[in-house]
Design a binder for this molecule. Structure first.
Ligand code: NAP
Length: 275
């Protein structure tokens, strides 16, 4: 699906990252890909990402902190040098300070809000701005979001606000870049156990409720998200932009628990997973 295509993937932390599964699928489908890692003086971040991408024959692996304009500039200059023009970019990045994520939304600090919104939402705008210079017409930008940006999901709190901003940014960027035939879309993934997800309180409860209530009766995984990413990154989705595609086993369409859920939840003890 991506034969003779090249792109950039940002947001690999380890082999459980959603971006790692996307990278593997891009590789298997013929794409040549350059990667980013968070800069650090110890070299730990680089070697963590290297372990994942090494078998995927990376075009390059360079540092990039999306909260630094200088870092973005250097990264995209390197990308231009190594790859020339590219066909796609994956932005799989999110962060909020733990203390602001774990408190009630009403107690969010000003600084925590700024950090979360800058890293998780503004970064897409900053990255798209740089990527625009090297994306070919027909190119595709993809980011990752979660249902907590559309509805209140207990425990998601500040990240929900950041995801709402990210999803709005997808639509506005789709308009800005549409004239250049560059598409911008998001995938709203169901809960998947990753490093970022471990910061969400009651994440296991979220997974359990999701599996019980989703039409498919289970949780999704990074592989399924990666397969849908291939569609949005490839020419198969040439008419799709500004879209938020849910890869969550259908959980987002459900308004009330399915038959059997209430019975199941009432049979379990009081510490169990009923909402
Ligand atoms: P992950 O493996 O922890 O990936 C998050 C990535 O963001 C990490 O590589 C992290 O780098 C990077 N990052 C954070 N701050 C950054 C910065 N300033 N500059 C550059 N990179 C930065 O977790 P994931 O679950 O795959 O998350 C990927 C995306 O999917 C996120 O946007 C997340 O909100 C979204 N998502 C996740 C789920 C889920 O259930 N897991 C569901 C829906 C959507 P370091 O680790 O090196 O700090």
């Amino acid at each position: 699906m991506l034969e003779n295509k090249s792109g950039i993937i940002m947001g690999i932390a380890n082999n459980r990252s959603i971006a790692s599964a996307i990278a593997t699928h891009c590789y298997r489908n013929g794409a040549k890909v350059g990667y980013s890692h968070l800069p650090d003086s110890s070299g730990k971040m680089k070697s963590r990402v290297e372990k994942v991408v090494q078998p995927l024959e990376p075009v390059f692996l360079e540092p990039c902190d999306v909260n630094s304009d200088a870092s973005l500039e250097a990264f995209f200059n390197q990308a231009k040098q190594s790859m020339g023009k590219i066909d796609f970019l994956v932005h799989s990045i999110g962060f909020a300070p733990l203390e602001d994520l774990r408190c009630d939304t009403i107690d969010t600090s000003r600084e925590g809000f700024k950090v979360a919104l800058e890293t998780s939402a503004y970064s897409l705008i900053a990255v798209a701005n740089k990527a625009r210079q090297i994306l070919k017409p027909g190119g595709s930008i993809l980011t990752l979001t979660y249902l907590g940006g559309e509805r209140v999901i207990e425990g998601y709190n500040l990240m929900g606000i950041a995801k709402a901003a990210l999803e709005a940014a997808v639509k506005y960027l789709a308009v800005d870049l549409g004239g250049e035939n560059i598409r911008v879309n998001s995938i709203s993934a169901g809960p998947i156990k990753t490093l970022a997800a471990s910061a969400i309180s009651d994440f296991s409860k979220m997974c359990s409720i999701n599996a019980d209530m989703a039409p498919l009766g289970r949780n999704t995984d990074a592989e399924e998200v990666a397969k849908s990413s291939l569609f949005l990154l490839s020419e198969l989705s040439s008419g799709v932009t500004g879209e938020n595609m849910h890869v969550d086993c259908g959980y987002h369409i459900v308004g009330s628990p399915k038959k059997g859920c209430i019975e199941k939840w009432s049979k379990t003890d009081s510490s169990a997973t009923h909402p």
